[in-house]
Design a protein around this ligand. Structure first.
Ligand code: HEM
Length: 461
């Protein structure tokens, strides 16, 4: 006998749509979890969702044999722009397997280490900008981290310079992408009739065109000026899947190029912003971090060999990803009819389950009563390795886990080490408390810092 799954009161036809706030949907999902517990159900028009948030249930549903990645809701809408790119490909689509096998080596350790110089090139642009701004300027770190991560992915993966640090405001791609992602998210919670009547479609299509145009420009530039470099773009244009011998179609190359530009920068920029916020909010962590960076780097330029000598910085990023996971929720669907929670809850075949990673990574049963506190020490000295399976999963799970994890990691270590080597960061408003902004990812909102150059430090880049 299974237990009934709690269901908040709902409206006819609309279901629970009005329960989800527009600005930060995550907040509504978390609030409902506090009210209804580790599992509850929701209806959004014709979609029926189960939402889970305890470690135990999340661990059980992190199983590729029983659950496959679901591409509904907001992710289903994102397909309007990036089709069958790796992130939004459906489980049954052959193109996912071809692209995954073909591209995995390009994201491997050796390939990522080979990106060090390109990463340093872009990181130096951020450092120079902050040095020139001086100690009194209020800096929005999320904006500069977005410039950094966007330019880094374009240079490392496609040898293409976007020069975001040399323009006022956002690159048009970034603005179009943010608007496209926000609108994709909203469509998932709104009847399609409203979308067409209210005129959202035209702007949506324009944004998709801006995204596609940049992808086409990068591909055309490479076809016109081929280079002998083993980067991601060449892999996509020239590579063959070792299993089927097939290459990627033109359309799939564009979809994946866009996927890397989108998935490759928004998430990393979010994580850097959360890490900066949590480190500054915890002066003891900032002190330890600076001490570590000084011990390892001193006043010398950072080298590739330094990157794995910074355990406290690694712990800070892990802890920031636990408290502020850029992708706070993911969805899976059941391969067969089953039960979860030790037989307590019935799940139908193909039932969509929304996994609240953000909540599971604060489950006191795993993380203790201080789960809401930023404490990098819980990720140090073998404690990270000893965590229960799937307790820390900001990069997703199994075969659909993040392909860009090592790339993002190296990029984040480089920039944070450089920043703490050269600046004392302070919050522009010391009383600032974390507010969230949500597109497909979450980020700190209205967060500003000042970067005070450290005295007596003049370190060549
Ligand atoms: C998948 C997080 C950086 C490309 C994912 C997933 C998560 C994630 C949670 C799984 C989503 C799901 O199951 O629905 C992150 C975080 C990052 C990061 C937190 C940075 C801190 C990157 C970078 C790239 C990238 C730098 C590309 C260069 C992808 C792709 C997938 C993915 C292509 C889909 C993989 C597949 O399904 O085969 N990421 N990501 N990500 N990520 Fe990342």
């Amino acid at each position: 006998m299974t237990n009934p799954i709690p269901c908040p009161p709902s409206l006819p036809f609309l279901g629970h749509v009005t329960h989800i706030e527009k600005e930060v949907p995550l907040r509504s999902f978390m609030l409902l979890a506090h009210q209804y517990g580790e599992i509850y159900q929701m209806h959004q028009f014709s979609r029926h969702l189960l939402v889970i948030s305890s470690y135990e249930l999340v661990n059980e549903c992190s199983d590729d044999k029983r659950f496959y990645k679901g591409i509904g809701g907001a992710l289903g809408e994102v397909r309007n722009g990036v089709g069958d790119g790796l992130f939004t490909a459906r489980a049954e689509e052959e193109n996912w397997g071809i692209a995954h096998r073909l591209l995995m080596p390009a994201f491997g350790t050796a390939a990522i280490r080979g990106m060090f110089d390109d990463m340093m090139d872009i990181a130096s642009q951020l450092i120079m900008k902050w040095e020139r701004f001086g100690p009194t300027a209020a800096i929005n770190p999320a904006e500069d981290f977005t410039r950094l991560t966007f330019d880094t992915i374009a240079l490392c993966a496609m040898s293409h310079r976007l020069n975001s640090f040399y323009r006022e405001g956002n690159h048009p791609f970034v603005q179009a992408m943010v608007d496209f992602l926000v609108e994709s998210g909203r469509r998932a919670h709104r009847p399609s009739l409203v979308t067409s009547v209210m005129g959202y479609q035209t702007k949506y299509e324009q944004d998709i065109k801006i995204l596609a145009d940049l992808a086409d420009e990068i591909i055309a530039e490479r076809r016109d000026n081929p280079i002998d470099k083993n980067d991601l773009l060449n892999k996509m244009l020239l590579g063959k899947d070792p299993k089927t011998g097939k290459g990627l179609s033109e359309e799939n190359i564009r979809n994946n190029l866009l996927t890397f530009l989108i998935a490759g920068h928004e998430t990393t920029s979010s994580t850097l912003s959360f890490a900066t916020y949590y480190i500054l909010k915890n002066p003891e962590a900032a002190r330890k971090l600076r001490e570590e960076v000084d011990d390892v780097l001193g006043d010398q330029p950072i080298q590739l060999g330094d990157l794995n000598k910074l355990p406290y910085l690694t712990a800070c990023i892990r802890e920031a990803l636990r408290l502020g996971p850029a992708a706070p929720m993911r969805s899976v669907s059941a391969v067969d009819a089953t039960t979860i929670g030790g037989g307590k809850y019935a799940v139908e075949k193909d039932q969509t389950i929304v996994i609240s990673v953000a909540m599971a990574m604060r489950d006191p049963k795993v993380w203790g009563e201080d789960a809401d506190e930023f404490r990098p020490e819980r990720m140090l000295d073998g404690k990270f390795e000893a965590l229960p399976p799937n307790a820390w999963q900001p990069f997703g799970h199994g075969m659909r886990a993040c392909i860009g994890r090592a790339l993002a990691w190296q990029e984040m270590i480089i920039i944070l080490a450089l920043i703490f080597q050269r600046f004392d960061l302070v919050m522009d408003d010391p009383s600032y408390e974390l507010k969230l902004k949500q597109t497909l990812t979450i980020k700190p909102k209205d967060f500003h810092i000042r970067a005070l150059p450290r005295k007596g430090r003049s370190i060549p880049l």
